[in-house]
Design a binder for this molecule. Structure first.
Ligand SMILES: [Mn+2]
Length: 291
């Protein structure tokens, strides 16, 4: 499969610190070579903040607009957009680029990312990206201009650190939520998305994984999923809907262990998810040919 690796090296709009360093580390650590070894053709596009940093919200929105354009360009040229991102707010650019109104979102994350300025206990802007994508949070800054994702076409998987306001928001908006080890019960939720969308976008905050395989994160939460569980759930969604884009975020190299466990896990997970998407695409093409 042809792949455009969209590198988004920012941490809430800032470069050079925390999770902003993750994408560069993936690239230096051999992400492109690993994809090519599996028979894909990968090229890299670096997404750049369009204006000097003034505040987090403006920076996040500016970067997301640029990313949306690059995702659209990749898809139009027949290439699959794979985001190596700093924070989860890359999801704004991806959903906008893929078509927010008819894209289902599969969101793997230890945290809800569904707070609003009213519900957030911390004020942390990257606790809100999924809520921004659906227009629940900061609608005037994002969804009213760029389009909103239908929350009923969203499934959140692997959450174990959800704030009360997020749990209420998920229920009120009809977001499917699958908690607990193994993502049990996910199949029904994934199947429910298919009639609401033309395609799916899969987002993985690497903190959804267990700390044994991904210790290099800023907000560790024990009891996470295995990479195999993330791949298995993605296989289910890829059979139900064409997966049109993928993002993996939140790797903070400064918190990784000495062996680079998180780096290796992240690269391997991206490769396995891309393989899953490519193989579902092949099956879909074969099925069309046989008709
Ligand atoms: Mn997140």
């Amino acid at each position: 499969m042809r792949i455009t690796v969209l590198s988004v090296p920012y941490d809430l709009g800032r470069e050079g610190e925390g999770v902003a360093l993750g994408p560069g580390r993936y690239l230096d650590g051999g992400l492109v070579a690993a994809l090519c070894e599996r028979g894909h053709q990968a090229s890299v596009v670096a997404v750049e903040r369009p204006e000097p940093f003034t505040d987090e919200l403006s920076a996040v929105v500016g970067i997301a607009r640029v990313l949306a354009g690059e995702a659209r360009r990749a898809v139009a040229s027949g290439s699959f957009p794979l985001v190596a991102g700093g924070n989860c707010n890359v999801a704004l650019g991806m959903t906008a680029g893929l078509g927010p109104a008819d894209t289902a979102v599969v969101w793997f994350d230890a945290h809800g990312d569904y707070n609003t300025p009213q519900t957030t206990p911390s004020g942390f802007l990257d606790g809100m990206p999924l809520a921004m994508a659906t227009g629940r949070a900061h609608g005037d800054a994002w969804a009213q201009k760029m389009g909103a994702v239908d929350p009923r076409a969203v499934i959140h998987i692997g959450g174990r650190d959800l704030d009360p306001g997020e749990v209420e928001g998920f229920a009120a908006d009809g977001v499917h939520v699958v908690t607990g080890a193994g993502g049990e019960g996910g199949e029904g939720g994934l199947a429910a998305l298919a009639p609401l969308a033309a395609r799916a976008y899969v987002h993985v905050d690497i903190d959804v994984l267990d700390l044994a395989v991904a210790p290099g994160v800023d907000f560790p939460s024990p009891g996470g999923l295995t990479p195999e569980e993330v791949v298995a759930a993605t296989t289910v969604i890829a059979a139900a809907l064409p997966v049109a884009g993928l993002s993996v975020t939140s790797y903070d190299p400064s918190r990784d262990d000495a062996r680079g466990t998180t780096l290796a896990t992240g690269i391997d997970l991206m490769c396995r998810l891309v393989d899953t998407v490519a193989s579902a695409r092949r099956s879909r093409r074969d099925a069309t040919r046989l008709q």
